[in-house]
Design a protein around this ligand. Structure first.
Ligand SMILES: N[C@@H](CCC(=O)N[C@@H](CS)C(=O)NCC(=O)O)C(=O)O
Length: 222
């Protein structure tokens, strides 16, 4: 099916975890789409400002004229529109908990406080590891958060933690998720990397670390 027939457009940014997860879902579902990359650190395009005038953020998803911001809502919309390879759990409790953990990872400011502050203190590293311990317990004994195959929570946590924040922490010389301390999460990261749809969507490691270095410097001087 050609992109034109489906009429799907994603306005994203290569280093944005919120955009990366949307691409993972589209690739898992096999939905063709047109992609527009925003360099929002330099300037926000008129297209972005027109499509997301409230938050002015990527990603923005456009399907047959429907305009949708906010990555969690976009993932849910994609899941309900293209029902093959479901990403959200069917069970109401599992679905609510997937949303709970996704919100925790995206909205718990302490996950990002080290990168934002730009300076490493042992106390801040320990505080971040305390949060990561909750995820280590949650993934225990499972291949993916969604159990056997990648799902909504894997896309949210994966795009944010190993394929974004870890690179920011690395750029500051911090090994935040050492295998000895977090064996289950490390197994899960390996499982994610084995998936082509994940490899295709995550930023190039070295380029990303350089980018995160710039972000950290920018935050420091802000
Ligand atoms: N809650 C939003 C967050 C989106 C977001 O923060 N996007 C960042 C890129 S990683 C952005 O566009 N930032 C531009 C800005 O803050 O002005 C989502 O889940 O989509």
């Amino acid at each position: 099916m050609a992109a034109k027939e489906e009429d799907v457009k994603l306005i994203g940014s290569w280093a944005s975890p919120f955009s990366r997860r949307v691409e993972m879902a589209l690739k898992l579902k096999g939905v063709p789409y047109d992609y527009v990359d925003e360099d929002y650190l330099v300037a926000k395009s008129p297209l972005l400002l027109q499509l997301n005038p409230i938050y002015k953020k990527v990603p923005v998803f456009v399907h047959k004229g429907n305009i949708l911001p906010e990555s969690h809502l976009i993932l849910e919309y994609i899941d309900q529109t293209w029902t093959n390879n479901p990403i959200l759990p069917r069970d109401p409790y599992d679905k609510a908990m997937a949303r709970f953990w996704a919100k925790f990872v995206d909205e718990q400011a302490r996950f990002r406080s080290l990168v934002k502050a730009g300076n490493r203190t042992e106390a801040a590293i320990e505080e971040t590891r305390e949060l990561i311990t909750f995820l280590e317990k949650e993934i225990m004994g499972k291949k993916f958060f969604a159990r056997e195959t990648i799902g909504f929570l894997d896309m949210v946590v994966g795009s944010m933690i190993p394929f974004c924040l870890v690179r920011g922490w690395e750029s500051m010389g911090i090994d935040m998720i050492p295998e000895k301390k977090f064996p289950e999460l490390n197994k899960w990261i390996k499982n994610l990397k084995e998936l082509e749809i994940v490899r295709e969507c995550i930023p190039h490691r070295e380029k990303h670390i350089e980018h995160m270095k710039k972000i950290v410097e920018r935050m420091k001087s802000a």
